[in-house]
Design a protein around this ligand. Structure first.
Ligand SMILES: [Ca+2]
Ligand SMILES: [Ca+2]
Length: 536
């Protein structure tokens, strides 16, 4: 992609990208030096042919990056995945306070690709004109995504799975700039009878067992890793399954695997007293037995649908190991948003400020990453792009920050953030996903394979439309301002399940302090965001 194709707004953002680093890579390649081991500018030049043996011990200057992004996976559910547990959590870091700023698909994915908060990337919902794929294109983000940045740094880049809601717009052969290989899923969330845009060619899949999307995705991603890992050129693979998002169809071999499972019942499940809560939660009915059964059914489906993702992770790790590149690869595993399943009487859904929506799983393993450790520092989905850039030896202008000091198990030299902004800005349109929230989805499709259990699809939310919000989540508190003027405040140390909003009874000094923090974050940009997040 030449810089002439870039809009001026984004072109401005591109300038600081580490072009010197990529120049040095180019010169080293041109001089016949072998690849990524030699790319670190200050490292002594390695004699040719030593990479394979060294790769097992330390990261090269440009390690491979494998990013696995699930869809609507909540923190509690991932703990039940055996391979992810043993291969990622036990072998890497678990980020225990990982959040997404706007807990819904498209805005979160736009944040991941740009490193920007919603108020800066302006893709604020799943649907055009306030959001969606077309808005992302219109804003010029495709030409300036982290993929473009990494490609410019010498990475071989590949995309697999769910891109942005509304993709591909009018052109099912559209391949965004920045990707050397592209396997973009078409036909929304369907796991049978869908197509994939495979490097500009629309390929259809049917309804046989072998067409199950997560398995097809796993095959394509594993194949790429098998081809790319032995090469000197480092790779960046973005692998985005649609599980466990509705219709949450399990692979046939996994049906019934969680037959005995029930949704966790934390104290916030079917919250006894919601009089402390803003509307519409304060008007929500208690969860009936029948509804609880639907919520449990759907939870089982979600867990079962995740098992194919769990196997995919094992397949990718195995392929990296076989190529001798496992110790030269950072593997990130996370989700675009969390999921409500009965907490605060919300039977299903996301796009809320509550922990179940905004908190996501995040595991990272890779060279120098302490195995089996936990990080309690606040991280956000704005951090991925700058982290990937720094791992590649470059920088990327973003609202977030690089997680690399945390990946090394170090205390960051400068201060770390003590707060993050959660934001759902007012929008003129309502997304299909939100409209559909009250309906059961995924019934009887694809010869009965999709959503065939019980009620079929997503349980009704049981709670009315969601109000726009801006909120600050600190290490100890969450303060929310809703678009309709209501507020909400939790002391997360005393009340981790968010059972009692203290917005009326809290010390006014505390409220003023949180208000000021939120004001500073609402319209922040880049360094301004980091300063606002770091404020004590
Ligand atoms: Ca999602
Ligand atoms: Ca309550």
């Amino acid at each position: 992609m030449s810089s002439g194709d870039v809009t001026s707004f984004r072109a401005r953002r591109r300038v600081p990208l580490g072009f010197l680093a990529s120049l040095s890579v180019f010169l080293l390649f041109a001089a016949g030096c072998s690849g990524s081991e030699s790319a670190q500018e200050e490292a002594p030049t390695q004699p040719e042919g030593t990479e394979a043996s060294q790769g097992a011990e330390e990261a090269s200057a440009q390690p491979n990056i494998l990013f696995v992004l699930t869809d609507d996976l909540d923190y509690a559910s991932v703990q039940q995945m055996p391979e992810i547990g043993s291969l990622l959590a036990k072998e890497g870091l678990s980020f225990e306070q990982a959040f997404v700023s706007h807990p819904v698909c498209c805005p979160s994915r736009a944040t991941i690709l740009t490193g920007l908060y919603d108020h800066n990337h302006d893709v604020i919902s799943n649907n055009y004109p306030s959001g969606g794929f077309e808005k992302f294109v219109e804003e010029g983000h495709e030409e300036n995504s982290i993929a473009v940045g990494l490609q410019e740094e010498g990475y071989q880049t590949a995309f697999f799975g769910k891109y942005l809601n509304g993709y591909p717009g009018g052109d099912p052969t559209h391949v965004p700039p920045g990707w050397d290989e592209w396997y973009g899923k078409l036909d929304g969330q369907k796991l049978y009878d869908y197509s994939i845009n495979e490097n500009g060619e629309e390929v259809s899949y049917g309804s046989e067992e072998g067409d199950f999307f997560t398995d097809v995705l796993s095959g394509q991603a594993t194949d790429f890793v098998g081809r790319a890992a032995p090469e000197d050129q480092p790779f960046f693979a973005y692998v985005a399954p649609t599980a466990p998002h509705g219709p949450a169809t399990p692979a046939e071999r996994h049906e019934g695997a969680f037959a005995e499972e029930e949704v966790p019942r934390p104290p916030s499940y079917d919250e006894e007293d919601v009089s402390d809560k803003p509307s519409p939660i304060s008007g929500a009915e208690r969860i009936t037995e029948e509804e609880a059964s639907d919520v449990d059914d759907y939870h089982r489906q979600r867990l079962e649908s995740m098992l194919a993702v769990d196997e995919m992770v094992a397949s990718l790790v195995e392929e990296l190991e076989a190529a001798g590149e496992l110790e030269n690869t950072y593997i990130f595993f996370t989700s675009d948003n969390g999921w409500q399943q009965g907490e605060h009487r919300i039977r299903s859904g996301k796009n809320r400020t509550y922990e179940e929506s905004a908190r996501v799983p995040l595991f990272v393993r890779g060279p120098g990453v302490p195995a089996g450790s936990q990080v309690q520092k606040l991280t956000l989905n704005t951090d991925f792009a700058p982290t990937f850039a720094e791992l590649a030896g470059a920088s990327f202008p973003a609202d977030g920050r690089s997680l690399t000091p945390l990946l090394r198990g170090e205390e960051p030299s400068s201060s770390w953030r003590s707060s993050v902004l959660l934001e759902k800005l007012p929008q003129e349109d309502t997304s299909e996903e939100e409209k559909g929230k009250g309906k059961a989805k995924g019934k009887g499709k694809a010869k009965g394979k999709e959503g065939k259990t019980g009620a079929g699809g997503v349980p009704k939310a049981g709670v009315g439309g969601e109000t726009a919000f801006e909120a600050v989540r600190t290490e100890t508190h969450k303060y929310v301002e809703y678009d309709n003027g209501e507020t909400e405040l939790y002391d997360l140390e005393a009340d981790p399940y968010e059972l009692e909003s203290i917005h009326e009874s809290a010390d006014p000094t505390l409220v003023e302090d949180l208000k000021a923090k939120l004001e500073a974050l609402k319209s922040c940009s880049e360094e301004g965001c980091r300063e606002a997040e770091d404020a004590p």
